[in-house]
Design a protein. Structure first.
Length: 342
């Protein structure tokens, strides 16, 4: 059990959402803005400053849990975006987050940060550490029904990379969707993407991530700050319907965290791998999570990025508000900023 050092902090207010079951805690007041010209620069500053302690406070028990996720609002890179965000989890700050993008776009409309019609669509442009993403929020009767976003360019890094950190030797496909992911067919090591296999999926997925983290193919071609395997995507093919490609996945990311959603940036990484093969031109990927929630993914364009042939992907899902909070830290509290049991 790990305890964080206790220090007094000003109150932190948050609005919490979940996207397809995965939490996203948006800090609305009480956090400083880190220095930096871009959101990626601000991420570097946050990793070594006061925000890192606030991240730990919000992720650790008793205020959070080992699979908590959220973001600090920061200024965008320029006037071309509506807002910027620093994504965080219990182990640090991530470079991309699709489920967080969906939640944040929903919040931006709910909170009136971006004007939206009661019935119709509006665009919310968000700068994230890996680049600029464009979300389209659809409302019906004044309520957000769904969000779809076009991610940063996604591309294949390497296919069939040997890895012996699994239950038995297997191979992984590395691809980029704002972060680097290792995709592994769960059936190749005798597992299924199902809750009753979750313990082994976490244990082995974590081992695969670290085994491949320093692999040459996992190094970002142009910016080392985006290098390293962020997570292992376990996938399982399902029977398609109406000509749609149907898969189920669970992403084990950071240092053993589990994404309850189908993983938004991971869906982009999967689309890069599936494009031109299992996924026909113009087709939709029906991407289910380990808990049965769903994203829809599509390839909507092609480009080049970082010396790679890349695809532009669109991921669609929905987010729902779960609560509003005002967190404080009593300087007398013996557990300080909190603890983690795993």
């Amino acid at each position: 059990m790990r305890h964080a050092d206790g220090v007094s902090t000003p109150p932190l207010t948050t609005v919490d959402y979940h996207t397809a079951g995965e939490p996203f805690r948006i800090v609305t007041a009480g956090a400083p803005t880190p220095d930096g010209r871009t959101v990626l620069d601000r991420r570097e500053a946050a990793m070594h400053g006061e925000l890192d302690g606030l991240r730990e406070l919000l992720c650790s028990e008793p205020r959070g849990h080992a699979d908590m996720y959220g973001g600090f609002l920061v200024p965008p890179d320029d006037d071309g975006a509506d807002l910027g965000v620093l994504f965080w989890h219990k182990d640090g700050f991530s470079t991309a987050c699709g489920h967080g993008t969906i939640a944040l776009a929903t919040y931006a409309v709910d909170a009136g940060l971006v004007e939206a019609p009661d019935d119709g669509e509006c665009e919310v442009v968000i700068d994230v550490p890996s680049g600029r993403v464009r979300a389209v929020v659809r409302r019906v009767g004044g309520e957000v029904e769904a969000v779809r976003f076009v991610n940063v360019p996604s591309y294949v890094l390497a296919r069939g990379v040997p890895v012996d950190a699994a239950l038995e030797p297997t191979t992984a496909d590395l691809s980029y969707g704002g972060a680097v992911y290792a995709s592994v067919d769960a059936t190749t090591v005798g597992l299924r993407v199902a809750p009753d296999h979750l313990g082994e999926l976490i244990r082995v997925g974590r081992a695969i991530k670290w085994a491949l983290n320093d692999h040459e193919a996992a190094q970002h071609p142009s910016d080392p700050r985006l290098s390293g395997v962020y997570g292992t995507i376990w996938y399982e093919r399902l029977e398609g319907r109406d000509g749609l490609l149907h898969q189920r996945n669970v992403t084990v990311f950071a240092d053993g965290e589990v994404d309850r959603s189908p993983c938004g940036s991971g869906t982009s990484a999967r689309l890069a791998l599936l494009d031109g093969g299992e996924l026909a031109d113009g087709a939709t990927l029906v991407h289910d999570s380990v808990i049965g929630t769903r994203f829809l993914g599509r390839v909507v364009g092609r480009t080049t990025a970082d010396g790679h042939d890349a695809v532009l992907t669109e991921v669609e899902g929905s987010a729902y508000r779960t609560g509003e909070h005002r967190f404080v830290l009593d300087p007398r509290d013996p557990v300080g900023r909190g603890f983690q049991l795993r």
